[in-house]
Write a protein that binds this ligand. Structure first.
Ligand code: ATP
Ligand code: ZN
Length: 283
């Protein structure tokens, strides 16, 4: 049995639960329960505040956890990270009042900066050779400048609308974060084996999410051009169609290249292009 801690309710919760389910692990979760056991994998899930997860994993109260890198690094345990998970991407940025002049981070020398991330910000400023006064506050950091508590803030930014609403302007990215799987560093051999199985499944899920299965028909004369556009995992599967001079081609394309490639496929004569999601992709 291995014990995984995830955020009870917040921005990480739904994606964490979805990832576990997509790994083929079934469990019953209810909003009031703080732990649950999977029915088809030796896994126990704990639902905790995200800020507590790195410490619990470090101490071995939980074997594994899913948490943002921002929280992990701030807690001082970056070495626990074993796998990036690709969701909850966000950045930690410095922001100043909208009409404040700002040319570089050196302008923050001697200033007051409010943040919930004194560790990460302190290390960043030290690296830039800037000395500032950091005021640690745990929430509503964005209002600090407008009420005269600080000259600048350092906080998580996603859309920037919260900053705008508080008369602030983002001036510098300090740290980029995404959700990661973390693990205690003294796992038993049995737990290490379960972790390896989980990582294998998580990687297969992530790879599948990033790729699409593509099927199309092409005239034999364009086959070389089509193949050049679709390298596939090994090489595309090509089968003849009942109609003379045509083939069906099947392959896998990366989501990032998808629109670009389908446009080019049409241009070289491909027809009837079908694109399907992939459920799991094992390398
Ligand atoms: P808790 O009450 O559990 O302490 P919280 O308020 O600290 O929750 P959330 O706002 O739920 O945390 O965010 C959890 C994590 O999600 C953050 O630590 C960060 O890694 C990530 N995150 C925060 N804001 C965003 C965003 N706008 N977009 C994507 N990910 C984000
Ligand atoms: Zn939190």
């Amino acid at each position: 049995m291995i014990r995984l801690a995830i955020q009870k309710s917040g921005r990480l919760s739904e994606d964490s639960l979805n990832l576990i389910r997509e790994c083929g692990i079934s469990f019953v979760s209810s909003t009031y329960k703080l732990k649950t056991e999977a029915t088809n994998f030796p896994l126990e899930i704990l639902f905790l505040r995200d800020d507590d997860i790195p410490g619990y994993v470090q101490d071995g109260v939980a074997d594994l956890g899913i948490v943002g890198q921002n929280v992990l690094v701030e807690a001082g345990f970056p070495a626990l990270e074993v796998e990036t998970l690709g969701f909850s991407k966000c950045r930690l940025s410095l922001a100043v009042l909208r009409n404040e002049t700002y040319n570089s981070v050196a302008d923050l020398q001697g200033k007051n900066i409010a943040t919930s991330y004194p560790e990460i910000l302190g290390r960043y400023l030290a690296g830039e050779g800037v000395q500032a006064h950091l005021h640690t506050i745990s929430g509503s950091v964005e209002i600090a400048p407008s009420i005269g508590l600080a000259d600048a803030i350092c906080d998580i930014v996603s859309s920037g609308s919260t900053l705008l609403g508080n008369g602030l302007r983002e001036v510098q990215t300090v740290f980029r974060s995404e959700a990661v799987l973390i693990a205690n560093q003294q796992l038993s051999a049995e737990k290490q084996e379960l972790l390896a199985q989980l990582q294998f499944r998580m990687q297969a899920v992530r790879r599948a999410r990033r790729n699409k299965y593509i099927l199309l028909n092409a005239p034999v004369a364009s086959l070389d051009a089509v193949k050049a556009l679709l390298p596939g995992i090994k090489s595309p599967t090509v089968t003849p169609l009942a109609e003379e001079g045509w083939v069906s081609v099947q392959s896998v394309v990366n989501e990032d290249d998808f629109w670009h490639i389908t446009g080019q496929l049409k241009a070289v004569g491909a027809e009837g292009i079908l694109v399907l999601p992939i459920e799991k992709m094992i390398s």
